[in-house]
Design a protein around this ligand. Structure first.
Ligand code: HEC
Length: 114
């Protein structure tokens, strides 16, 4: 009798574990993650204020101003190219994470929405 109960508990735990692993697998799929909409206002502006300042604050005609959506939008392909593809921005020594580089690329891929 006791053994039977233990077996049921075991089966129940195994089922819970299986469901948890299943859910984990869904949330680990990168193709589902990238469905999240990335916007300039929510994601890119805070990143730019952290990693591209003071150089891209628009105080000079060049380099381009990334603190305004319109200007960032018109340079989004170059932002992707320099920060994600070529990794030449920010210039040597200025800290940025790989996730932040990828965020710029995905924002650009999504058409750089505001
Ligand atoms: C320490 C200053 C500095 C920081 C920080 C910096 N940049 Fe730049 N950036 C420059 C300078 C100077 C230029 C112009 C010279 C050049 O193109 O290399 C430039 C040019 C650019 C250009 C235009 C050139 C082109 O190829 O069209 C892009 C795009 C760019 N940076 C992206 C970024 C991004 C994105 C960040 C932040 C993640 C960043 N930069 C951070 C100094 C900086």
């Amino acid at each position: 009798m006791i053994d039977d109960n233990r077996f049921e508990v075991f089966l129940f735990s195994a089922a819970v574990f299986g469901v948890a692993v299943g859910i984990g697998a869904i949330f680990d799929r990168p193709e589902l993650k990238s469905v999240t909409k990335i916007t300039y206002t929510k994601d890119i502006k805070p990143l730019v204020m952290k990693r591209c300042m003071p150089c891209h604050d628009g105080s000079l005609p060049w380099p381009p101003n990334f603190t305004k959506y319109k200007s960032a939008f018109s340079h989004h392909k170059r932002m992707e190219f320099r920060a994600w593809k070529r990794r030449t921005m920010p210039p040597g020594g200025v800290y940025i994470t790989d996730d932040e580089r990828t965020l710029i690329k995905e924002w650009s891929d999504q058409g750089a929405p505001e």
